[in-house]
Write a protein that binds this ligand. Sequence first.
Ligand code: VGL
Ligand code: ZN
Length: 261
Amino acid sequence: MATPSHTGPNGSASDETAQRTDNTFIPALIVVDMQEDFCPPNGSLAVQEGRSIAPLINTLLALPGLAIRVATQDFHPIDHISFAPNHPAPNNRPFESFIEMHNPAPGKESETKPQQLWPVHCVADTPGAALIPEIDAGRIDLYVRKGMDARVEMYSAFGDAFGNIDGDVLTRTSVSVDLKAELKEKGVTDVFVVGLAGDYCVKFTALDAAKAGFRSWVVEEGTKCVVPGEGWERTKEELRRGGVSVVSADGPEVQRLSSGK
Ligand code: VGL
Ligand code: ZN
């Protein structure tokens, strides 16, 4: 067979390899979950200093080299599996308790994962799910609402906790947009991720961007964590292991977004 060694049987590996190795630079910015419920002073799951990153995020949103600017919203039904009050005591303490979650994909129900419980947050169509007004929403090209299937957690904007992705039947009930398909359609090569929370939705979105074949970057000053300090240090190690680079807003990678070159 004359098949080149980097080409997978279905051709997908060659697509992704090509994107990583050529010099094309078509960057996207993903602004993750800059919502009232994740921000002080009133958010039900407020991340320390969460609101303080809005000015930097607006500076990034204004950079002319970006091909697409995406905002995600955690957008849960009131009976969502991650809400502590939806489970019986005593194992229903927000932040502390874990329950067993089943993969809702047909035929995969025996697959389970531990799921951390949270205070009720970002309920669809409530003020807590709104983007904070400090974010320059006029720059957003595409909104992704996620976590809409009550049965499963979805930290990443690309797929749920079991990796159900690519616009399959299940994921369509959990997320409003097939983000990988939208970015590929625009020819995106590089994904820059900022927002809340660094140790949850930013982390899993950036890891999934790398898995989807994009170069993936997290801008460190553009995120805050549920567990700052040690939690962020652990997260950075996981990001590195997953092929994601953590960069500074002052560094050359972000500088490149000024020109798009
Ligand atoms: C998030 C916890 C629960 C996040 C979402 O946006 O990081 N964290 N749901
Ligand atoms: Zn959530």
